[in-house]
Design a protein around this ligand. Structure first.
Ligand code: SF4
Ligand code: FE
Length: 484
């Protein structure tokens, strides 16, 4: 069954007994919870669209291992074309949802695991690659969603894993058994984890000799005993619980993150993909981060398209669509957005084949892409707020619009150019959602910190920048013969 229907997907998640908490309560029915359901709707679309002929080429692929037709979100990239389609798929999904759609982490992690496990085996004679292939074939053939877990809480960032007051601050092995290991720790900011079947875990950074117990990579189902997900708050999130569609801005879609606890979780040997090989932890993290930074050239430009469209709509409803400075701002927003896409596509086009046979993105360009993402969406949103006007944060509620007493005043005074008050408020609320509400998590703060904060990209750009070869170019042209 390589492609699940969305109904099968929802039922498969409903049947799992998971520990999910939100605002102090354990959620007995997370699938239908109003805070979580818009987030699940994004994933539902990733299943539905795989069956739509117009999206089939982007939404599906063939497995590098079995040749079966699979959802592209579970793809191991077989070519540069696959790397390009990845970014195009992400732009498409961003356009459709106006939010983080949460299914990319397995695609990015799986490709990093595929190539890194191969190279660990080559050096140490381990069998991680075969173990990982078995796991990813299951994920592909059962069309599962796998959340990714990278970021440890870190506590005192001036100290490494072993020097923290609490030894669990970085996830670690606390017990070794013949059939597997037991781990303790927590992973933060897990995107879409409440909608996933399994979680794949990797070290948060390059580990040093002595950090072997912290150098653990594995995957387990999310109903494994000892796993607890604590859903994060988002700005204006409880509007989703207020029985209003308009005030939410984007009532259909959204992203959700959770702090995920691993309290003495057992991992069987066949699900361990790295265990103590500190010299490969940096490679695994760098490759995963590289793929995910390339992803942002797709997903953020897709959401950017929605922001630009919403700014156009608000300009039209304000009767200023043809004013020259408004047009100029829309053009500038488009230029910034397409620059992000350019770097995403370029980092795919300049990819290369790894020893394991899958394709890796160009690390330098992927990091340039993500560093631009930490800046341009902020400018795009600034211009969008400028165009939209202050009413996006002062418009009355849907309840007042529907009120028998005051609704008539809202309809009379909030009417726009060729548009009634209700549709005008809908356009204002969507902009509020994208720039300040729940979608802003995915468009603004995630642009800054998702896939690593700006300094992490600068470190990689510094490493990949190849300053010595550039110096040699300058010396040749300047006629400098002296060796350094
Ligand atoms: Fe996908 Fe972008 Fe969300 Fe990451 S931030 S999961 S790449 S949509
Ligand atoms: Fe992300």
């Amino acid at each position: 069954m390589p492609l699940m229907t969305s109904e099968q997907y929802v039922e498969s998640i409903r049947n799992m007994k998971r520990n999910i908490y939100f605002m102090g309560e354990k959620l007995e029915n997370p699938v239908d919870h109003p805070i979580l359901r818009p987030s699940m709707n994004c994933l539902i679309d990733t299943y539905d669209m795989a069956f739509m002929p117009e999206y089939e080429d982007l939404m599906t692929s063939t497995s590098i291992i079995t040749g079966n037709k699979i959802n592209r979100f579970n793809n191991i990239h077989k070519s540069i074309e696959d790397l390009n389609k990845k970014v195009k798929l992400q732009r498409l999904m961003g356009q459709r949802t106006g939010s983080c759609f949460q299914r990319c982490v397995i695609m990015d992690a799986a490709n990093a695991f595929y190539s890194t496990t191969y190279e660990i085996d080559e050096k140490y004679g381990t069998d991680y690659f075969e173990r990982f292939k078995k796991f990813i074939v299951k994920v592909q053939d059962e069309d599962l969603i796998v959340g990714g877990a990278l970021t440890d809480p870190k506590a005192d960032r001036s100290k490494g894993p072993r020097d923290q007051e609490d030894p669990d601050i970085y996830l670690r092995v606390v017990e070794r058994r013949p059939d597997g290991v037991v781990v303790n720790g927590a992973k933060a900011h897990l995107t879409g984890i409440t909608n996933a079947h399994e979680v794949i875990v990797l070290p948060t950074m390059a580990m040093k000799p002595g950090d072997e117990d912290y150098t653990i990579a594995f995957a387990v189902p999310l109903d494994t005993p000892g796993i607890t997900m604590i859903v994060g708050r988002q700005s204006c999130d409880t509007r989703k619980m207020e029985n209003t569609e308009i005030d939410v801005g984007n009532a259909c879609y959204g992203g959700v993150e959770a702090l995920t606890i691993f309290d003495h979780v057992f991992v069987p040997n066949e699900r361990i993909f790295m265990d103590g090989e500190t010299d490969f932890s940096g490679m695994m993290v760098e490759r995963f981060a590289g793929y995910h930074r390339n992803s942002y050239g797709g997903c953020k430009t897709g959401v950017g398209d929605v922001v630009i469209g919403c700014a156009c709509l608000n300009a039209q409803y304000n009767g200023v669509e043809k004013v020259s400075h408004i047009k100029d701002k829309l053009i500038e927003m488009t230029q910034l957005n397409e620059q992000l896409y350019c770097a995403g596509i370029a980092s795919s086009c300049e990819g290369y084949q790894t020893k394991a046979g899958n394709y890796m993105v160009n690390l330098l360009l992927a990091n340039v892409c993500k560093l631009n993402v930490t800046r341009y969406p902020y400018e795009i949103v600034r211009l969008a707020e400028d165009i939209t006007g202050g009413m996006m944060v002062t418009a009355p509620s849907e309840a007042d619009l529907r009120s028998e007493e005051v609704g008539k005043y809202i309809e009379k005074y909030l009417v726009g150019a060729g548009v009634d008050a209700e549709d005008r408020i809908r356009a204002l609320r969507l902009m509020e959602n994208l720039s300040l509400g729940t979608a802003a998590v995915g468009y603004r703060t995630e642009s800054m910190h998702g896939a690593g904060s700006p300094q992490a990209q600068k470190i990689t750009i510094g490493r990949q920048g190849n300053f010595e070869s550039k110096k040699a170019l300058a010396k040749r042209i300047a006629g400098i013969k002296k060796e350094d």
